[in-house]
Design a binder for this molecule. Structure first.
Ligand code: G6P
Length: 609
């Protein structure tokens, strides 16, 4: 949450910082601001609300700020203090001698604020960040060089942070540091960059350095120095990011979410490629699958739903017991496990604080950690013993779509690999499933084609809706949960995902003509059982939307609208059934004229507890 950027180099500072913030806006969009070094002073410009407000304010300054070579920028997801200009970052210390941008939470800010006030400091915001700015300014005023001053200030802080700062006294320099919150350095020619995530800088560079916990970075146009808090220099290898800059373009789509839904076939192709051959044999050299006796899967939001699907596949094929937990619960639970426990931590961003903490908790009992993430070089890749990368490309829309399908693909590969290592399912059966899995991209493509023009009708049933119920059984149940989450996230309609068979123990009380029921039918026994459960809602006046095969006459009879999915092997059901629900949520939100890419109150990457 919150995005930070920094730049030193040429007279295109404003342009690079704004481009970076544009690509980080998914992290928070309550306010935005820049601090720029100009003529021996620091100029700040901040606006509450979306980045567009800041862009307009910059235009009004008629290029006055465009001579800057050095600066920092911020896009905010408010934690301490409501969204306002005063609470926007950068925060200034000592009347503007230093400027600080910050992502994270300073837990002891209240006591530090009291102490600073007693020493005569006046505060102009309600943020926790402002204490960092004043602590830093005091050290700088006392004559410490900026980097050392930052180290001194950081020693006083408890909590999680990534901070970047500039000082009027040291032109052409940006310093930064991190503890828990993410920070990367981008390398250019005669210019260098900082950002919360690599996608901020893809237009500038693909060469990056990671910054580890407790390290300080000093950037000039011609140098990047990484240091410990005690000032010792640290060597760090750079790495090249595989993502292309075009991957963060809209490419003709109206929104990122719609683009990313249509990106799904290629996200799946890339995630499966090289990992399951044409004969269906799975090869995951990155993961040691031997000797696993128990599995815990942790994740938040959409990642948790992917985890539920992983459990079903692993237990069915590998016969290994799997528990699935939301990370924020797992981290404080009374954990049972040992060194034969594999902990699979799923996180698209690789940054989610609760998931990182869940990993730390699992370390305590000796668990082996496998990260399933979409982000190379992210924090989780450095905390885990092994990494299974989903290769969905950067996802910008706050509501996860293509990364969900890529996570399911990665977990199914894992299930097949574990089943083989364990000898729990006959080899030929596993290979057949492997061959089926290879067809996921093609079947998702077919689904997108079938749905063309069909979703609007279903979305129209939500015009008068008060709430919605998403029902499914077996592997359709996590799909229903995810469908309900998508609708909630972007259309703000209360929606509940429930096991179809359990619905009569409570949620059926919600059913009336203003509560559409979305039934994810699946195949075989699951379908038959779900059909009878859904009939019970029809009898109570529900408008039913089914996700079903096009020729499913029972589904047609029962439903106001059928969202069709193609014939596909059972293992592909969650892939094809998820797509109509993503598009349904999208259409309902668009019908309400909402911003689907940046829904209110949410952030794509949640770096606070
Ligand atoms: C936020 C996002 C969700 C995401 C969840 C977990 O809540 O809005 O889309 O599923 O975080 O994020 P992660 O990056 O750990 O997968």
């Amino acid at each position: 949450m919150c995005g930070i950027v920094g730049y030193v180099g040429k007279a295109r500072c404003v342009e690079v910082l704004m481009e970076g913030l544009r690509n980080l806006e998914y992290r928070g969009y309550d306010s935005a601001g820049l601090a720029l070094q100009l003529g021996g002073r620091i100029e700040t410009i901040k606006r509450p609300g979306r980045l567009d407000n800041l862009a307009e304010a910059l235009e009004e300054r008629n290029g006055h700020l465009s001579a800057a070579h050095t600066g920092v920028g911020h896009t905010r997801w408010a934690t301490h203090g409501r969204p306002s200009e005063a609470n926007a970052h950068p925060q200034l210390g000592n009347g503007g001698s230093v400027a600080v941008v910050h992502n994270g939470i300073i837990e002891n800010f209240a006591e530090l604020k009291e102490e600073l006030k007693e020493r005569g400091v006046t505060f102009s915001s309600e943020t926790d960040t402002e204490v960092i700015a004043h602590l830093l300014a005091q050290r700088v005023e006392a004559g410490e060089p900026l980097r050392e001053a930052l180290a001194s200030a950081l020693r006083r802080l408890r909590g999680s942070f990534a901070v970047a700062a500039v000082s009027a006294k040291e032109p052409g320099k940006v310093v930064a540091a991190r503890k828990q919150s993410p920070l990367v350095v981008g390398q250019g020619a005669g210019e260098n960059y900082l950002a919360s995530a690599v996608q901020a800088l893809l237009k500038q560079t693909r060469r990056f350095l990671v910054v580890e916990n407790g390290e300080i970075v000093e950037l000039t146009g011609s140098s990047v120095g990484i240091f410990t808090l005690d000032g010792e220099s640290v060597e760090r290898e750079s790495f090249e990011v595989e993502w292309e800059a075009e991957a963060i373009e809209l490419g003709g789509y109206e929104d990122y979410m719609l683009k990313e839904i249509h990106d799904q076939p290629s996200a799946l192709r890339n995630t499966l490629s090289g990992r399951v051959d044409s004969g269906g044999a799975v090869d995951l050299p990155e993961v040691d699958l031997a000797g696993v006796e128990r599995i815990a899967v942790v994740g938040c939001g959409t990642a948790y739903h992917a985890g539920l699907l992983g459990k079903e596949a692993i237990e069915r094929l590998a016969r290994i017991p799997v528990e699935v937990a939301v990370s924020s619960e797992y981290r404080y639970a009374h954990l049972v496990g040992d060194e034969k426990t594999l902990v699979v931590a799923i996180s698209q961003s690789g940054e989610t604080t609760d998931t990182l903490a869940a990993i730390e908790a699992a370390r305590a009992f000796g668990g082996r950690i496998l990260a399933v993430t979409n982000t190379q070089g992210s924090l989780i890749t450095r905390e885990a013993d092994a990494v299974l990368l989903t290769k969905a490309g950067p996802e910008i829309g706050v509501a996860a779509t293509k990364t969900f399908l890529a996570q399911i693909a990665a977990l199914y590969l894992l299930a097949l690999g574990l089943a083989r290592a364990k000898g729990a399912t006959p080899e030929e059966e596993l290979r057949e499933l492997g061959r089926d899995l290879r067809r996921a991209p093609e079947k998702v493509e077919e689904t997108l084609g079938l749905l063309e023009g069909r979703v609007e009708e279903a979305a129209s049933l939500f015009e008068e809706a008060r709430c919605a119920l998403f029902l499914g059984r077996g592997s359709s149940y996590p799909v229903a949960l995810e469908g309900a989450l998508k609708l909630k996230e972007i259309s703000y309609l209360p929606a509940e995902g429930y096991p179809a068979g359990e619905m009569k123990h409570g949620p059926i009380a919600l059913v009336d003509e203003h509560s559409p029921v979305v039934a994810v039918l699946g195949q075989g026994l699951t379908r038959e059982k779900s059909l009878s459960n859904v009939e019970e809602t029809v009898a109570r006046g529900a408008s039913v939307i089914s996700v079903a095969r096009e020729n499913d006459s029972a589904a047609r009879r029962m439903s106001r609208v059928v969202l069709p999915v193609p014939e596909a092997p059972g293992i592909l059901d969650p892939f094809v059934s998820s797509v109509p629900l993503q598009l349904l949520a999208y259409r309902v939100a668009k019908g309400r004229a909402l911003d689907v890419d940046k829904p209110r109150n949410l952030a794509k990457s949640v770096t606070v507890e």
